[in-house]
Design a protein around this ligand. Structure first.
Ligand code: AMO
Length: 440
């Protein structure tokens, strides 16, 4: 029964498509043998594919003797194809089963499995990540990636509808953008280079190039020392930049995009949300906008010490998460703790035209109106102790007609955490990269 190729076998239906309405029809289903129950006179095989499980029911009296014996020999997690007739069965999962007339075993498995995809034995995250291909077979794990796929699809659709052009910028770069300490140095022939921390400088250059509205969905690399549930060393950043807009305009875009993605996921991924047991609520708009200085007062009133000019500590994030619940913005950050490209408020340069979008205690996005005047930008680079020479090519684009502009970066994984309710960022990446993990 073991065949070496798919020969003339082709899937005609996914498990989710085998419904009582097609009772009597012949189908070909393909996937893994999830469970085999041999009751002597009848064998049940639960066949699992990408979308779910379908029951194959083989009563010895009704099917060919050889086929019955071959079904009996199937081992869990073998790759199988079954041809048969759909039949209503109130007792079967989904109210339907397939009575087989042919079977092909397409591949077998090595014993023992390093991980049980049926989740009978719960494994630690490290064991799961070591055998990620098996871990990803679990419905509650692959649901996260179906939601991520839909989320990215919805974001692309929204940005395209709003006249943003998708761009691709280099990931091998010569200098830092977000501060020097989080860079991964690499050897670039005879020179030193770095993995890109953010497309920041390139998306701004594209404003001078006249592209007006751009977006990029691509990996960013951060040499974060942290070993936390919210940080990874490689993540996907969803970045936008738009000319003739200020920070408030791009906050509105971000808010609309977030709500549209939530609605889209609710509508198209209800089965996955059910598997995850996560109730996804549509947030009310506009999201609350809390000034940085009011955030300080709020966390202080919760007994968390934080002074003006300090970045949010973990304790401050947690306190805000308790107070605020869903999505909210923190605005008007001090210029001193925001990157050099962030525009200071003209009336009070201590403050900047910047924002972070939070989901409970998690920062999911940050953005700002940018400095578009060359001399002010040089000044800001110097004030932050950075080397002006290493920004030469970027700075040149500000000398020949750079429009005012604004933008943001949204962390795909952190946004996905808010959509799926998982609390470890590693769950939202197929093959996560953290301080200790570089394989698989
Ligand atoms: P920032 O550094 O705040 O801003 O990054 C933007 C968003 O990217 C996500 N993120 C991360 N997620 C997980 N692990 C990490 N190590 C990590 N680092 C960043 C977060 C964060 O809110 N250039 C600016 C954006 C802009 O102003 O346009 C920037 O990179 O969700």
């Amino acid at each position: 029964m073991l065949t070496n190729s798919v020969n003339n076998w082709r899937r005609t239906k996914y498990s989710r498509e085998v419904k009582p309405e097609i009772s009597g029809e012949e189908v070909t289903v393909m996937g893994w043998a999830h469970e085999i129950r041999d009751l002597g006179g009848i064998i049940f095989v639960l066949l699992r594919d990408r979308d779910g499980i379908i029951q194959i029911t083989a009563p010895s009296k009704k099917i060919d003797k050889d086929l019955f014996e071959n079904l009996r020999k199937i081992r869990k997690e073998s790759v199988i194809a079954v041809k048969g007739i759909v039949q209503n069965s109130p007792k079967a999962p989904g109210g339907v089963e397939v009575i087989p007339h042919s079977l092909a075993v397409l591949n077998e498995y090595k014993q023992p499995l390093p991980l049980d995809p049926t989740e009978k034995v719960r494994a630690e995250i490290d064991t799961r990540l070591d055998s990620r291909f098996l871990d990803l077979r679990k419905p509650a794990v692959n649901a996260i990636f179906k939601i991520k796929s839909r989320m990215l699809h919805s974001i692309r659709l929204f940005l395209e509808e709003n006249e943003f052009l998708e761009i691709n910028t280099p990931k091998l770069v010569a200098s830092a953008t977000e501060g020097g300490t989080e860079l991964f140095p690499i050897t670039y022939f005879e020179r030193e280079a770095f993995l890109g921390q953010s497309p920041q400088l390139y998306k701004q250059i594209m404003m001078s190039a006249g592209f007006d509205r751009v977006y990029e969905i691509a990996p960013i690399f951060r040499a974060e020392e942290h070993d936390t549930l919210r940080h990874l060393n490689e993540v996907i950043s969803i970045d936008i930049e738009a000319s003739y807009m200020n920070h408030e305009d791009v906050m509105d875009i971000l808010e609309k995009l977030v709500v549209q993605a939530i609605k889209d996921v609710r509508k198209n991924c209800s089965a996955q949300l059910d598997v995850l047991g996560h109730e996804l609520e549509i947030p009310a708009t506009p999201f609350e906008r809390i000034r940085y200085e009011d955030m300080i007062d709020l966390v202080n009133s919760e007994g968390v010490s934080l002074d003006y000019g300090e970045d949010m500590s973990r304790a401050a994030e947690k306190a805000m998460g308790e107070i605020m619940g869903g999505y909210y913005f923190i605005i008007d950050w001090p210029s001193s703790i925001k990157p050099f490209y962030v525009m200071p408020d003209e009336k009070n340069p201590e403050k900047s035209f910047s924002f972070d979008l939070m989901y409970r205690d998690l920062e999911i996005s940050s953005g700002a109106m940018r400095v578009h005047k060359h001399d002010l930008l040089v000044d800001r680079i110097k004030k932050q102790g950075l080397n002006v020479d290493s920004f030469e090519k970027y700075l040149a684009s500000f000398e020949y007609g750079m429009p005012p502009h604004a933008g943001w970066g949204l962390g795909a994984e952190r946004f996905n955490m808010s959509l799926t309710g998982v609390n470890n960022i590693r769950e939202t990446v197929l093959f996560p990269r953290d301080r200790r993990r570089l394989t698989p």
